[in-house]
Design a binder for this molecule. Structure first.
Ligand SMILES: O=C([O-])CC(=O)C(=O)O
Ligand SMILES: [Mg+2]
Length: 259
């Protein structure tokens, strides 16, 4: 889908833009520590928060990155503000691109990736389309996108850089931690980065103990006290013979209703 330029709009209706420079970023040591944990682990450890959902898919496999967000808010079908955002990106950042209305256009490709790689940027998360995916994989620049599409875009409309954006239902501010792997993308607010590291460490230790117990045959029903939960919910056990009688009766009733 392509869109007209906002230049066609009356002046009063044209979007104005803002490029915010030098936002505070989460501390590098916390960001790098979080990279040691998977998205699912950190998401669980943070009380099942921060997940951007299934709509953002990796272009590659077996890659995990963590970095600080630089955000770009673009007009659909217009990548002008990605060019502006590249200048604001620094070593250790991840570029996060949102659009003012849904778009699947291929707003980003290997040329942008080349420019970002030069600046030490760790990857891209974009709530729109990307293209040149074979080249992106070959050059090892990690990308998570809402779509893959060759459709080209223009560079004509004001948007913003380093303002808060919403992607996948998550409020992402510049400097927040972005963590992404094969399971998807999550965001940790920059002031929670240290807490997230401790919580992920604890969660990992808990999962290690659980893995050892499961490997020896313990059931989740017993380990997590779920028999009590099932009983409280009124779930009961029934031998197959009794169940089958009941099931046959139900089948018969259904057959009777049809004939
Ligand atoms: O140039 C564009 O508009 C997007 C693209 O394909 C690239 O970055 O290589
Ligand atoms: Mg290209």
């Amino acid at each position: 889908m392509t869109h007209g330029s906002a230049g066609d709009l009356p002046a009063a209706a044209r979007p104005s833009g803002l490029i915010v420079t030098g936002p505070p970023r989460a501390e590098a040591r916390h960001v790098d520590a979080l990279r040691g944990y998977g998205v699912a682990t950190v998401h669980e450890a943070m009380g099942r928060t921060g997940c951007l959902g299934p709509g953002l898919r990796p272009v590659q496999q077996d890659v995990r990155i963590a970095g600080t967000a630089v955000t770009a808010l673009c007009w659909p079908g217009d990548n002008l503000m990605i060019h502006a955002a590249v200048e604001q990106c620094a070593e250790g950042d991840i570029l996060v691109v949102a659009t003012t209305s849904p778009s699947t256009d291929g707003m980003f490709g290997e040329l942008f990736a080349t420019a970002l790689h030069h600046r030490g940027v760790r990857g891209l998360v974009i709530d729109a389309g990307v293209r040149d995916t074979a080249e992106l994989r070959a050059m090892g620049f990690p990308v998570w996108s809402a779509a893959v599409c060759a459709q080209g875009t223009v560079k004509a409309t004001a948007g913003s850089v380093n303002v808060p954006v919403v992607v996948g239902g998550q409020w992402i501010r510049p400097g927040d931690v972005i963590l992404a792997d094969d399971d998807g993308v999550m965001c940790v607010p920059r002031e929670s980065a240290a807490t997230a590291v401790e919580a992920a460490k604890a969660r990992t230790a808990k999962e290690e103990a659980t893995r050892a117990a499961f490997a020896e045959g313990q059931l989740g029903l017993d380990r997590y006290g779920l028999r009590e939960t099932l009983a409280r919910l009124g779930v009961r056990y029934q031998p197959y013979g009794e169940y089958a009688e009941h099931a046959e009766y139900a089948e018969g009733a259904r057959g009777g209703a049809v004939s």
